[in-house]
Design a protein around this ligand. Sequence first.
Ligand SMILES: Cc1ncc(COP(=O)(O)O)c(C=O)c1O
Length: 405
Amino acid sequence: MANIPATPAAAVATGHRASPWPRSSPSLPRRTAMLPSTGAAAGPRASWSWRGAAAVARAATGSDKAESSLFSEVVRRLVVAEFAQILFVEVSERLDTFQASGARNQNYMAMYSSIFGGITKDPSAMVIPIDDHMVHRGHGVFDTAAIMDGHLYELEQHLDRFLRSALMAKIPLPFDRSTIRSILIQTVSASNCTQGSLRYWLSVGPGDFQLSSSGCANPALYAVVIESPSLQVPAGCKVVTSSIPIKSPQFAVMKSVNYMPNALTKVEGEENGAFTGIWLDDEGFVAEGSNMNVGFVTAGKELLMPRFDKILSGCTAKRVLTLAEQLVADGRLSGIISRNVSVQEGKAAGEMMLIGSGILVKPVVQWDDQIIGSGQEGPIALALYDLILEDMRSGPPSVRIPIPY
Ligand SMILES: Cc1ncc(COP(=O)(O)O)c(C=O)c1O
């Protein structure tokens, strides 16, 4: 495997426990909790139980009243002990317990971090420093790329946008573009994932809890590979006009980690029985969805999309605009156009669709109270879905990078 540059030595931690740092040391004493009346050690957390503590208290007193106050004291001390300072080895054990609890509903197959300068396959180690300004100030950008049949789809296009976003966010690059690209490919390779997605972040990095990034010595790169099943044929969905204010163009065109408005737009949509919310821009024209672009088919059979000057320029939407030329060639579309779309025109369209790398192309059959077109999944939306899926499976090398597993 090629070297992965970072401050510490590069490493791929493939085995459980093979991490850049030793996670346990025989010389480290285990934390123990001392019981007040017996002096006996409660020992490792796994062997302690509330019932056991009560029995100890009962044996030590014999009277109900004394038993109850001693029990309270036992509980108080043990609870304090539970949240007392713990060693890193125990933090890692507890992270393992959290991981094993099933609290996560996706499979994280590998993570790269420039902080530890390597790739880990241990989900418990997939963490970032709390003083990273991306965590406490939102000073970070991100992007994604789908993994399909062992290939990364549109990595170059997503990488272009990622680096543009970093520039707009004044985040210095920790590595040059080709090194970042190589790290991303190596992370997918180490994961052995053939179907899923790659997500990656650039941050001004850790350093302090100030607002300015001047104290952040090293910008950070993180990437994670998430396994996901292959996509289903898209079902028609409902959307609602979002009441959440849209981001101003300066922030909407960059893919920063400030996704609170996007998350609330999605939640608001779901609360109203819809798939997501749709934003209008400052002039009342159709903008975009929570994390997807929007397209229409006009009565004249044109594919119509809002321009990208006030919204995120979607890699999928741009690819759809190119692939749609095939539908113009075979007469199913009369043309392809990007311009302002009023709400009235959008609601009167023959078809409406959502477009993004998470969903590809999803037909919309209802917007607020208005049924779109026939109320069924539109044939152009379904044809575009097929075209993009086909492109992911067998498109040209400009959109498909094979992963060297
Ligand atoms: C706000 C927003 N618009 C549009 C998109 C669609 O972009 P892409 O097709 O590159 O996934 C996304 C995707 O994350 C998004 O977050």
